[in-house]
Design a binder for this molecule. Structure first.
Ligand SMILES: Cc1ncc(C[n+]2csc(CCOP(=O)(O)OP(=O)(O)O)c2C)c(N)n1
Ligand SMILES: [Mg+2]
Length: 396
């Protein structure tokens, strides 16, 4: 049932075509809906597209390496992003450095673009950190923690965005401190990523209510990759997801999520609107999870092969490559990008295997900012437990 079309219970009229600039084969063939966003691509050219292509290829090579590392017992788990790099790269480049990004757990390309190193990303899945990048920084590059509790990040993001409004008012010496009057220019925005399945969480819906009520400077991005582990999106919603957002009072657009140009253009518009006080937006990016949900999953148990093949033909990397070739880019560039990506991935492998294990004590260090009796008790218990093996160690 996975590919069935939606059948809205109420007829809300026909859905417009998703925004796209490239067709499935990578030809420049904008949809009618793209015209409204075409201006956003005015300053974007070959150099940008080449950078975006490199981001996608590097992320995929890293991703594939991490799947191998997990299979070899070197990572506890891996969450592949293969197939979803297009919307991630377009949206990450649409953001400005001062914007804040709240990811789910598959936004590896976004992390890279915000300056989080692949080694730090992999280290988290090796169990070497308790969350955070550079071991301790919870928001390197304003890229916040990976969040495995579905939808929690939507609340963090909306709360953060409310704070952005209040800060802007403080800066303007506006003592009313009443977040939510449309028109509060913050100069910075918040973007939050989540999946189609997560739209069913209460948290994600509550976040949209607050965003609409208080006109937060926020962009909700749903990567509709058609599956929530083994549950198809058609089970989650009887109407296309962007329509739900319209019902909350958000401006919402459906895009071809495997077209980085569409993601960039629409993302750029919504993020700028948010920064300038025109309230929150919502993007439903239609994409596909080519790989397994995680390395613990076997999608052949619930997906048909034909579906996978159809989406492989719309691979965002192949599409941008075709577009670059149409602009005159030749083999040398693509060979170099792939070589560099493979070398980068190998460097991650070498680095990750040699990272020191954290001190056991570190698990207590960041629970509370002040000393806490219960934490002290647990720390002491662990010390006693560990030292109970001292004799055994000495005897070896
Ligand atoms: C609150 C909560 N409920 C259930 C889970 C188990 N779980 C992890 S991922 C997932 C599916 C999420 O699907 P979707 O939102 O579409 O994101 P995707 O993994 O496809 O990117 C589920 C049910 C969880 N992590 N958190
Ligand atoms: Mg999904």
């Amino acid at each position: 049932m996975s590919e069935e079309t939606f059948s809205p219970l109420l007829d809300g009229g026909a859905d417009p075509e998703p925004v796209r600039f490239l067709d499935d084969a990578g030809n420049h063939a904008p949809s009618q809906t793209a015209a409204e966003f075409a201006d956003e691509l005015a300053g974007v050219g070959l150099e940008d597209f080449s950078r975006w292509y490199r981001d996608m290829v590097s992320t995929r090579a890293f991703d594939t390496e991490c799947t191998h590392l997990q299979r070899q017992g070197q990572l506890a788990l891996w969450v592949p992003s293969v197939g979803q790099e297009g919307c991630q790269v377009g949206l990450a480049h649409a953001a400005e450095p001062q914007d804040h990004i709240f990811p789910a757990y598959r936004e590896h390309a976004v992390a890279r673009i915000r300056g989080v190193s692949f080694v730090d990303l992999a280290a988290q899945f090796r169990g070497l950190t308790h969350g955070g990048w550079d071991v301790t920084d919870p928001a390197h590059g304003n890229f916040h923690l990976y969040t495995l509790v579905l939808g929690a990040q939507t609340q963090h993001a909306t709360g953060h965005a409310l704070g952005q409004v209040l800060d802007a008012k403080r800066r303007a010496a506006d003592t009313a401190l009443d977040a939510g009057e449309p028109g509060t220019a913050t100069g910075e925005a918040t973007m939050v990523f989540y999946g189609d399945g997560t739209t069913s969480q209460g948290d994600a819906n509550e976040a949209m209510i607050f965003a609409a009520s208080y006109q937060t400077p926020e962009l909700f991005v749903v990567q509709n990759n058609r599956w929530a582990i083994s549950v198809p999106v058609t089970r989650q919603s009887r109407t296309p997801l962007y329509r739900r957002a319209l019902g909350f009072g958000l401006r919402a657009v459906q895009i071809d999520g495997n077209d980085p140009l569409a993601a960039y253009a629409v993302g750029r518009r919504f993020l700028r609107d948010a920064r300038e006080g025109r309230g929150p937006g919502y993007i439903e990016a239609l994409t596909y999870r080519i790989g397994a949900h995680t390395t613990s999953d076997d999608p052949t148990r619930y997906r048909e092969e034909g579906e996978l093949e159809r989406w492989q033909q719309r691979d965002p990397i192949d599409r941008l490559e075709a577009h670059l070739r149409s602009l005159g880019v030749g083999d040398d560039f693509f060979d170099e990008v792939r070589d560099t990506a493979d070398r980068e991935a190998k460097r991650v492998r070498d680095a990750i295997l040699h990272l020191p294990a954290p001190e056991a004590d570190s698990m207590f260090a960041h629970v509370y900012s002040e000393p806490h009796q219960r934490i002290e008790e647990q720390r002491e218990w662990l010390e006693r437990y560990e030292s109970s093996f001292a004799d055994e160690e000495a005897a070896r």
